[in-house]
Design a protein around this ligand. Structure first.
Ligand code: MG
Length: 376
């Protein structure tokens, strides 16, 4: 089954508060839209339908993701139709249409919709209404309604691609959702089990509810690393892969890159995988004079092989001299290259120790690093 995916993100989301439309607001460290897109990654081509004014926001929120941005229309149905038309070249058998404001959708809900599409032309998740239903008038209960047979609709709503495309092209407009469009065209839509966690961010308080759901799915590890190398005669030091002219060099078995060593140890620490010495024993002559990016790259690859991505790195170099500031940008870019990581996730800063202790006496350089790893 070849599946196309449409994420509808053209709404303005004004009820959710905040300065930006809700889909571009941050939730647990990244845009709402990015969580939603990640839930569908790898299932097929993705079209993200946006408001034309939001293109820069959408590009920033989806950096590095494999998807197409398509401008939506004035109404939701027009946006969905724009998404469907954009997928025609992919010739999908089925299509999933999902609200961007439901970032907590689980793989189980998506799988249930797809399973039902094997035998039905449409399928959508829903939850039976369990609360009592009232009508109200002027603050008073004016009646009760039978809740039997009533459902709360969720997304993704899945359809046979050719049929829903024809249904949207033929629909006069004003439909509540894609299921209404499908039914107007005579399609059967199966109800599959929805999920309370698959909430739609609508009001400001929904952000914290969604963040709690997503945190439950997150495995976050924190590691620290500390390293010291002494000065000896020389004319430069290697710090974070950058050659910095100085009156001494750093003494060590490898290139003595104290900054890279601390970061490497922080990553090993987050993985509970010991330190550089365990993976690259100093007793082994093959690491003599080695460039430390070999160690850092090993730690990053080990993290990724365990299913973790580097969340961020924060490194503090402690020395009186050389001055780090003029080289910090180059160091950050070098580390980003070695780690294959966005440079905005890498912080490199420096401090003196106010002339106190071994760093104050300029006997060497110390480095302190923190790394977070996030299960991906
Ligand atoms: Mg070291």
């Amino acid at each position: 089954m070849h599946i196309g995916i449409i994420i509808v993100a053209a709404g303005r989301g004004t009820r959710a508060g905040g300065e930006l439309p809700k889909q571009w607001q941050r939730l647990g460290g990244q845009a709402v839209a990015r969580w939603t897109l990640e839930a569908f990654a790898g299932r097929g081509p993705i079209v993200l339908v946006i408001h034309p004014d939001d293109r820069a926001l959408a590009e920033a929120a989806t950096q590095g993701m494999d998807l197409r941005l398509v401008d939506g229309g004035a109404e939701r149905a027009a946006s969905v139709l724009a998404g469907l038309e954009a997928l025609t070249g992919d010739k999908p058998d089925k299509v999933l249409i999902h609200d961007v404001a439901r970032p907590c959708v689980s793989a189980a809900v998506i799988d249930a919709v797809l399973a039902a599409l094997a035998t039905r032309s449409g399928a959508a998740p829903a939850l039976p209404v369990t609360d009592a239903l009232w009508t109200g008038d002027a603050g008073l209960v004016s009646g009760t309604r039978d809740r039997a047979g009533l459902y709360r609709a969720q997304t993704p709503q899945g359809f046979d691609f050719a049929q829903i495309l024809a249904a949207h092209r033929a629909h006069p407009g004003g439909a509540a959702d894609d299921v209404a469009v499908a039914r107007a065209a005579g399609m059967d839509v199966a109800i599959v089990p929805g999920d309370e966690a698959n909430l739609k961010i609508t009001a400001p308080e929904d952000f914290s509810r969604a963040a709690r759901q997503l945190r439950g799915q997150m495995d976050i590890r924190l590691g620290n690393g500390f390293d010291v190398h002494a000065f000896e005669d020389g004319d430069h030091v290697i710090l974070c892969g950058v050659e910095v002219p100085h009156t001494h060099k750093l003494k060590g078995h490898s290139d003595a890159d104290v900054g890279m060593h601390a970061v490497t140890d922080a990553i090993y620490g987050a993985l509970a995988e010991g330190d550089i010495g365990r993976h690259f024993p100093p007793s082994d002559p093959q690491w003599k004079g080695a460039a430390s990016n070999i160690f850092l790259r090993h730690a990053v690859d080990l993290a990724r092989s365990r299913g973790f991505e580097i969340g961020n790195i924060d490194l503090t170099l402690i020395c009186e001299r050389p001055k780090i500031g003029p080289h910090a940008t180059e160091m950050t870019l070098k580390m980003a290259e070695v780690m294959d990581l966005d440079s905005t996730r890498i912080s490199i800063k420096a401090t003196t120790s106010e002339r106190l202790g071994f760093t104050g006496r300029e006997e060497g350089i110390a480095a302190l690093a923190t790394a977070t790893l996030v299960a991906s």
